[in-house]
Write a protein that binds this ligand. Sequence first.
Ligand SMILES: Nc1ncnc2c1ncn2[C@@H]1O[C@H](COP(=O)(O)OP(=O)(O)OP(=O)(O)O)[C@@H](O)[C@H]1O
Ligand SMILES: [Mg+2]
Length: 446
Amino acid sequence: MNTYPAKISESYKISLQNYLNGEGESALRVAYELGRRSITEEMSSVNLVATHQEALLHILKETPASENSSRLIQASWQFLLESLSPFEMTIRGYRETLNTLQISEERYRRLIDTARDVIFSLSPQGNIRSLNPVFEDLTGFARSQWLGKSFESRIHPDDLNFSRLIFQRILRGETPPAFELRIEAKSGEYLTGEFTTAPQFEEGEVIGAFGIARDVTERRHAQEQMRSLAKRVVNAQEEERRRLARELHDDLCQWLSGMKLSLNLLEENLPGPRTLRKTLRALKEEVNGKIGDIRRLAVSLRPSALDDFGLVVALSRLSEDCERLHKIAITFQANGPVLEHYHHEVETALYRITQEGLSNMGKHSRASRGKVSISHVGTSVTLDIEDDGIGFDKTKLEQQRIPGQGLGFVSMNERTMLLGGAFRVDSRQNGGTKIHVAIPMESYSQ
Ligand SMILES: Nc1ncnc2c1ncn2[C@@H]1O[C@H](COP(=O)(O)OP(=O)(O)OP(=O)(O)O)[C@@H](O)[C@H]1O
Ligand SMILES: [Mg+2]
């Protein structure tokens, strides 16, 4: 026995003796305290009973024969019970904790079993360790068909590399931001899941991953429908513009040109006074001016340069027009193998965005220099429009926005988004303005 339990046995013997000598309550308090100390010293209740037995035997040996030993044995019983009571309380507490743990584990399990999202865990090899029941309702597979299998088996081929990269990050102990993956259901249909995942640690080591996946298939579907509807609206607008442009050009312009010829004839054959001729000439110039205006309007309504000469020429013409009209020195650049034509939706969007960007430059920037560049980098077409003008404060602009006014940026952004691209505006007061558009070409190869 080590020294401290020896000390306890000694104290036990003395206090038991005191109790038997009639010390009563105070000796019992010591018995309780000794029981408590035994627990902190990690002694078992058996140790304590043995200590009791030893102390009692010792006391009985020292007791004069005249003393009634059975009375002493009987009395010491109470002392032993008191010293054991801390053990009893500890066991009771332990039982309660166990019970609470069982209840909370049951609750936790029920939560997982009734959750509407899939809750899963993976081994470090990427095999599925656990899945909750909703998985079966969503995918149509029995859980047993997936447990132990690699998580990769039913992921859409296009999402596979991405999912592997994410899993490697988790194995390195990182918690990636939420992401989406397409999973093939038993029916062959792909479901879109929004995943939130994290590493599972044990003693500082990653021992796997766990995560929650929410079925967002319907939400994505609705978004796609909205997108296609918006696209149809944009296309219908473009079509309407073309029709208007054709009308203006073919009808009104022709009519005015005819009128100009008639005025010419009238001027040549007019015998009357000079003042009348002068008025007629002024009238002719006005008609001429209007023809120019209508032509320009028709051109801006319908980017015919796009159809006739392709994207690069059309954008460089827009830049030249802006330079002439607003007296801003604009350089135009086409970098890399920019094609003459892209899908008509892409071309129209890039044309309209440049048109609006340059119109803003002319209206708002007070710039002396500007630049428009288009590049074909990898699988994206990018467009940059920049100026060295007065710029603007983006947050102020957001706050002060009056509904229905200032739709240029909104429309540029929407056109880009509809093509799955990225739109960014960088501007600072007196720091110029930069617009960057990138449109992925994967789905628009012509
Ligand atoms: N190149 C620029 N330089 C300085 N300020 C700009 C520039 N482009 C846009 N802005 C600022 O951003 C605001 C919003 O531009 P946006 O094109 O959205 O609307 P708008 O040009 O005012 O109106 P709309 O385009 O509908 O005719 C402008 O009013 C202007 O204050
Ligand atoms: Mg504008």
